[in-house]
Design a protein around this ligand. Structure first.
Ligand code: PFF
Length: 447
């Protein structure tokens, strides 16, 4: 076993760093805008509390008890049919596929950091022009910044758990939290803050379609980094006597608070300057820069801080998306860490370029199938198929396959009266919820 141990605080920061990502600051506000605000947020919060919490503990438990790469952990813990359960472990390696688009978006963020130092777009159409030009014509710019993301992520992974991942998170996460907290305090002093509060927390149930419901549940999993082996591989490096219930609570609370804070900050700014909340994926790249422009010089400072925080969030999640594969190559293929990290880096780097080409006007048609670009497919397949499927399998594995006594030995003392409730949730509620959500997300059923 070549897995090093995290320090207690190092683990908490790394796991929270995995959870807090582009999902919180980029995706959550724009899907909240698209699906109408309050009711959507409540379904998301409820899912995080009920299903997300159960599966988070389940995934941590597999890593903590298995103590090795995801595939090995399933093999180790399955009492029978180890050969077959091994394949469940492979599903937990799909995080690298998320990187095909995730790293490209981090590249855009880097580009927006540079833009924030100059004159920001004065109007939405101007901002739209910049964004669309970057997507469809900015081939060189995108590849340049994507390369930068690749270099940073790979360099951290090469240094391993202690010197790389832990250190990186211990610096970036507190910085990110401070920036978001500072921006929240600033937003609280603006008039539109109350409007943003009611937009996010007063539900209008008529807007809650079945699609909105499924997206909210799916997002709860994505934002908590569940189902991709990230939380699992970090938990394999937890010190032996750790309290995984408390760690789960910490990660969930941090992730949720940062998403809500980011949403409040964004909507306050947007309302204050009369921009639209329902702007889709371009929300932070189109509406927000023009709002920052309207704020004058303060806007430039806020823009730099905002995009830096977003980049930090994306980078700390990225390392957790690739690390399961890196550890797999080290454990199973006997590769050195350097070789494993560089190969996986090159792998997502090359497919990231395909994702860029799938948006670029000159080549988009060659990388678009069924109306979706390669970029969109990478998001669609990972969020709507692999993630819920792997979440479902993990819940079943912990709830029905691993010996009861083994699970109870770790969790009961930390959970007390809550233990039977958790067990019920992981055995029945989580699998059923994940199953229906997955069918809805891939368009098989509508409910
Ligand atoms: N939780 C990350 C986000 O919200 O952006 C994304 C993510 C990271 C998903 C790691 C899955 C994962 F394993």
């Amino acid at each position: 076993m070549k897995i090093a141990h995290f320090s207690r605080w190092g683990f908490l920061m790394a796991a929270a760093g995995s959870a807090v990502g582009l999902g919180n600051i980029w995706k959550f506000p724009y899907i909240t805008g698209e699906y109408g605000g309050g009711a959507f947020v409540l379904v998301y919060l409820l899912t995080v509390a009920v299903v997300g919490f159960s599966v988070m503990i389940a995934e941590m438990l597999i890593g903590y008890l298995g103590r090795r790469d995801g595939v090995g952990a399933f093999e180790e813990l399955a009492p029978r049919h180890k050969e077959r359960w091994k394949y469940a472990g492979f599903m937990g390696l799909s995080g690298t596929l998320v990187m095909f688009y995730y790293s490209v978006v981090i590249g855009w963020i880097f580009y927006y950091i540079t833009l924030s130092f100059g004159t920001l777009p004065a109007s939405i159409p101007e901002a739209e022009g910049i964004y669309n030009t970057l997507m469809t014509q900015g081939l060189g710019t995108q590849i340049f910044f994507h390369t930068l993301a690749f270099i940073i992520i790979t360099a951290v992974l090469v240094r391993g758990i202690k010197g790389g991942i832990e250190k990186f998170n211990l610096i970036l996460m507190p910085a990110l939290m401070m920036i978001i907290a500072g921006m929240l305090i600033y937003a609280m002093n603006l008039e539109s803050f109350t409007k943003a509060l009611s937009y996010m927390f007063v539900p209008d149930w008529s807007k809650l379609t079945s699609e909105a419901f499924a997206v909210a549940v799916g997002h709860a999993f994505f934002t908590l980094s569940l189902g991709m082996g990230a939380i699992m591989i970090y938990s394999a490096s937890l010190a032996k006597d750790s309290n995984i219930v408390r760690a789960s609570l910490f990660v969930i609370a941090t992730d949720t608070l940062i998403a809500l804070a980011a949403g409040l900050v964004l909507f306050t700014f947007l309302f204050q300057y009369g921009a639209e909340p329902a702007k889709g994926p371009g929300l932070v790249f189109i509406s927000l820069p023009s709002v920052f422009h309207a704020m004058g010089l303060v806007g430039n400072v806020l823009a730099v801080l905002f995009f830096v925080a977003l980049a930090f969030a994306g980078l700390t999640s990225s390392v957790s998306l690739v690390e399961p594969m890196v550890q797999y190559l080290i454990d199973r293929w006997n590769m050195s860490r350097v070789k494993a990290a560089v190969s996986m880096g090159v792998f997502f780097y090359v497919f990231g370029i395909v994702a860029i080409l799938s948006l670029y006007s000159g080549t988009a048609e060659y990388f678009t199938w069924g109306g979706k670009s390669f970029f969109d497919w990478s998001d669609y397949m990972t969020s709507n198929v692999f993630l819920p499927l792997a979440g479902l399998v993990m819940a079943i594995f912990v709830g029905h396959v691993i010996e009861k006594e083994r699970v109870a030995a770790v969790l009961q003392e930390h959970m007390g009266w809550f233990y039977p409730i958790w067990r019920f949730s992981v055995r029945y509620i989580a699998p059923v919820a994940l199953f229906f959500v997955m069918l809805n997300l891939i368009g098989v059923i509508e409910f």
